[in-house]
Design a protein. Structure first.
Ligand code: NAP
Length: 257
């Protein structure tokens, strides 16, 4: 119940999917929750749900591609809750799914700006508050697509590979400050992102497409947002106090091939 007691956790892209599950589980473990997203309605609904459970939670409209937006929201979060101890860099987009030679510069840049620059901005502006607190945990959502190749979504693969190494570099830079930085590598998890991705492939029967993708995982099915949120709770808690620069793979065995 109290694995993350009274730590203030910033979760980007928390309105839906994996981010939402992280907010709910971290809150159940005693954390204060700062929801950063650009989906105001869903973000505010989540905060009301958390507050109804007695959780200290607040929503900020944040587009992680805007440094000013991120900087102001981090400062307001620290002011409101009295500090920041945990950052979950979860906001991400899948981007276009077409071969490299057909991807435009704008399509490439869009994915890098959310998935890579967004992680950079949020990390940059959370670190001063973690230094002040004398501790911190940064959890970056990479992907199995940041570990191994697949013949699709080239900008997404590049972005998630970058996040994997940004995590290791920051782990080394900030270890003396007792700030830990780790990446999580989910397999396919049933969220709006994956549903939209499957619809984008022209799948007529979405349940059949879901089952087909599930077969790529040795455990035989797609994961749930909760499967990732439990990993986030572990990395946010003191149970992982000796863990930094590591890759937590939660993929139903996808990368065990
Ligand atoms: P999702 O269902 O699409 O939810 C992502 C959330 O992030 C949405 O609320 C989205 O809002 C928000 N967001 C997107 N761009 C943003 C921005 N610029 N600023 C602020 N918020 C933004 O995605 P998900 O499946 O939960 O994925 C969460 C993370 O896990 C992503 O980093 C993803 O790459 C990673 N991941 C997911 C899977 C999977 O199978 N689902 C697998 C591996 C890794 P909008 O709707 O407005 O974009």
């Amino acid at each position: 119940m109290n694995r993350v007691k009274q730590k203030t956790c910033v979760i980007t892209g928390a309105a839906l999917g994996i981010g939402r599950a992280c907010a709910l589980h971290l809150a159940d473990e005693g954390a204060n929750i700062a929801v950063f997203d650009r989906l105001d309605e869903a973000g505010n609904t989540l905060v009301k749900e958390l507050q109804a459970r007695g959780v200290n939670a607040r929503y900020w409209h944040v587009d992680v591609t805007s440094e000013k937006n991120v900087q102001v929201a981090m400062a307001e979060t620290a002011e409101h809750f009295g500090g920041i101890e945990v950052l979950v860099n979860n906001a991400g987009i899948a981007g276009v799914n077409k071969p490299t030679h057909e991807v435009t510069e704008a399509e490439w840049d869009l994915v890098q700006s959310v998935n890579v620059k967004g992680v950079f901005f949020c990390t940059k502006h959370a670190i001063p508050f973690m230094k002040k607190a004398g501790r911190g945990s940064i959890i970056n959502l990479s992907s199995i697509y940041g570990l191994i190749g697949a013949p699709d979504s080239p900008p997404y693969h590049a972005s998630k590979g970058a996040v994997r190494l940004m995590s290791k570099t920051d782990a080394m830079i900030y270890a003396p400050d007792k700030i830990r930085v780790n990446s999580i590598h989910p397999g396919f998890i049933w969220t709006p992102m994956v549903e939209n991705h499957l619809r984008g492939t022209g799948a007529a029967d979405i349940d059949a497409a879901r089952a087909e993708v599930g077969k790529l995982h040795p455990l035989g099915h797609i994961g749930e947002p909760d499967d990732i949120a439990w990993g986030v709770v572990y990395l946010a808690s003191e149970e992982s106090k000796f863990v930094t620069g590591s890759e937590l793979v939660i993929d139903g065995g996808y990368t065990a091939h």
